[in-house]
Design a protein around this ligand. Structure first.
Ligand SMILES: Cc1cc2nc3c(=O)[nH]c(=O)nc-3n(C[C@H](O)[C@H](O)[C@H](O)COP(=O)(O)OP(=O)(O)OC[C@H]3O[C@@H](n4cnc5c(N)ncnc54)[C@H](O)[C@@H]3O)c2cc1C
Ligand SMILES: NC(=O)C1=CN([C@@H]2O[C@H](COP(=O)(O)OP(=O)(O)OC[C@H]3O[C@@H](n4cnc5c(N)ncnc54)[C@H](OP(=O)(O)O)[C@@H]3O)[C@@H](O)[C@H]2O)CC=C1
Length: 330
């Protein structure tokens, strides 16, 4: 086996899932991420109201391999089951909508899972990769400041499709597939209240107008935020139509939609924050697993290759790793 590292661009759940599987097979990896930390859309934002899950609110585990990984994360204290009191808006009426679905969250915040998976893995943060070149045998990466990294035996591109296609030019078939995946935006807003809201709801599927979903942070296990914080996600359509709205406008609008829906008085929030996810979810899910030119040694993975959720992203990273290991074993 080669002692030259495998480069993984993106330290979200798909990149880290690939990294873990490759390292378990004895292959050295090096991760690159443009952010200051791991997690991507599964990260939590550090705010004056505590750590807030402004991206993925929770995840489910329907695949047995992913369910086994989640049990391992639970045993390590990185994740717990979340049993929210769920509501739904149906024909204009809010009502309880409990189900048997098991849902999980990172503890004490969503970030704990990717922090745990990252462990001691070599990583370069604050590094936006802009180009990937293949020489006669190896790959070289270049970042936005013109700095080069390499050599690498293989490259795994584990970032949203819209961004991935720019890095996949060495493999035009892969670049073409990524270019055809539209990613939808999501505006996310958190509001914090000094007095806890008097409602029995912990989470609510709204899917109407501006609001898609909202949930109460303190109903999740391991949270000890000083305020009663609520995170709301706008629908894809509303987010698209308000893509360039100011954060203040978005907060005001989602606050208003939340207040109209609630079954209790809503005091003025003591804290508010908005975050725009430009590439939140693929418009249509694909069942590719991962994309690869195995002979060249270039792979793409992420939620857009499989289901558009945390589970799909994790499975896609595993699949990219499996194909690399299989090819090297030949
Ligand atoms: C608001 C919102 C709510 C969601 N809710 C849920 C939910 O309830 N349940 C669920 O299962 N899923 C949910 N999701 C989806 C889930 O978060 C994603 O499916 C999953 O986290 C995607 O992981 P990933 O590794 O494919 O990509 P990402 O998490 O996007 O990771 C990609 C990483 O690559 C980095 N990167 C990008 N470009 C470059 C570059 N050029 N160079 C270096 N680094 C780069 C980014 O910084 C990022 O860290 C939600 C997403 C959003 C935005
Ligand atoms: N905003 C984004 O960018 C974004 C949001 N995503 C949301 O993530 C969850 C995850 O989906 P998953 O399949 O893992 O979870 P669920 O089984 O909880 O939800 C799937 C959809 O099923 C409906 N649903 C589920 N339970 C109930 C319930 N008790 N009452 C009413 N409805 C329920 C609901 O919508 P649909 O009926 O299918 O329209 C759920 O959305 C999911 O919420 C995504 O919207 C993922 C990625 C990006």
């Amino acid at each position: 086996m080669s002692s030259v590292s495998i480069a993984i661009i993106g330290a979200g759940i798909s990149g880290l899932s690939a990294a873990q599987a490759l390292q378990e097979a004895g292959l050295p990896v090096h991760l690159f991420d443009k952010s200051r930390g791991s997690g991507g859309r599964m990260a939590s934002k550090r705010t004056e109201a505590g750590r807030l899950d402004l991206g993925a609110a929770y995840f489910t585990a329907r695949d047995r391999r992913f369910a086994a990984a989640v049990r391992d994360w639970q045993a390590r204290g990185w994740a717990s089951e979340w049993r929210p009191s769920l509501y739904e808006l149906r024909q204009g009426q809010l009502g309880p909508s409990q189900d048997e679905q098991e849902r999980y969250v990172g503890t004490p915040s969503m970030s704990a899972i990717t922090r745990g998976l990252l462990g001691e893995t070599p990583v370069t943060f604050g590094c936006r990769i802009t180009e990937i070149f293949r020489g006669t045998r190896h790959w070289t990466l270049q970042d936005a400041d013109g700095q080069s990294y390499g050599p690498f035996s293989q490259v795994v591109v584990a970032i949203p499709a819209t961004q991935a296609c720019n890095l996949l030019t060495a493999a035009p078939v892969l670049a073409g597939k990524a270019a055809n995946v539209a990613m939808e935006p999501t505006w996310s807003v958190a509001l914090g209240f000094s007095t806890p809201l008097e409602t029995g709801m912990d989470g609510c599927f709204v899917r109407n107008g501006a609001l898609d979903w909202f949930s109460r942070d303190r109903s999740k296990p391991g949270r000890d935020n000083p305020l009663d914080t609520w995170v709301m996600h706008a629908t894809s359509q509303w987010s698209r139509e308000h893509l360039d709205a100011s954060k203040e406008t978005v907060i005001e609008h989602l606050h208003g939609a939340f207040a109209e829906l609630l079954d209790c008085p809503l005091p003025e929030p003591a804290f508010s924050i908005a975050h725009r996810w430009l590439y939140a979810r693929p418009a249509q899910p694909h069942q590719w697993g991962s994309l690869a030119d195995v002979d060249m040694g270039i792979h793409a993975c992420g939620d857009w290759c499989l289901s558009g959720r945390v589970e799909g992203a994790w499975l896609s990273g595993r699949e990219a790793a499996r194909r690399i290991i299989e090819h090297l074993d030949k």
